[in-house]
Ligand binder design. Structure first.
Ligand SMILES: O=C(O)CCC(=O)C(=O)O
Ligand SMILES: [Fe+2]
Length: 171
């Protein structure tokens, strides 16, 4: 998938080969009192991209449009959902949108989703490849280590994309 994304941008090579992945099963034990409230608060994913197998019975995942409106993503049996995270915005030099999303409790019961996260590189810096930096699209972010980015997000509680502002070249 990473290779296809890179090719879509006109790149011959992509760096994702050794980037770590994280696998997580989310379990939401929703009670009647939870209905209408957030099961998972608005956030962006911190890595490059996420592949989600959503709960086919429950629904409840909502993504935020640039306008700020949340739009429900109705689960579709047999399909996976893919979204970009913060590192995709940095690596693509602003071309990819780190979509904000949340989970709303729609009904009582145990909601399960399965997510695989392609994170950022462990040993190399995160930066847009030179082909994606031009005079019309100058570099947006200071090159950084993914681990430093993750710590900034975690310790400053910046879970909805705001951590990227700390790494802007021109704040
Ligand atoms: O449970 C879901 O549908 C989404 C989960 C999610 O956004 C996450 O694990 O980061
Ligand atoms: Fe997420």
């Amino acid at each position: 998938m990473g290779r296809k994304i890179g090719h879509g941008l006109g790149l011959k090579e992509v760096p994702f080969e050794n980037w770590p992945c994280q696998f997580r099963i989310n379990k939401y034990p929703f009670t009647p009192e939870n209905i209408g409230s957030d099961g998972l608060r608005t956030h962006t994913d911190n890595g490059f991209l996420t592949v989600v197998q959503d709960d086919e019975q429950f629904g409840g995942l909502e993504v935020m449009q640039k306008s700020g409106n949340f739009v429900p993503v109705e689960p579709s049996p047999g399909t996976l959902l893919v979204n970009f995270g913060d590192i995709a915005t940095v690596w693509s030099n602003g071309r990819f949108y780190n979509v904000k999303h949340k989970v709303v409790c729609k009904q009582e019961g145990i909601r399960i989703s399965i997510a695989t996260f392609l994170l950022g590189p462990k040993e190399t810096i995160v930066e847009a490849p030179p082909e994606l930096v031009t005079s019309e699209n100058p570099r947006l972010y200071v090159p950084f280590m993914f681990e430093d980015f993750r710590k900034t997000r975690f310790f400053k509680h910046l879970n909805a994309g705001e951590a990227l502002d700390h790494f802007l070249l021109k704040p």
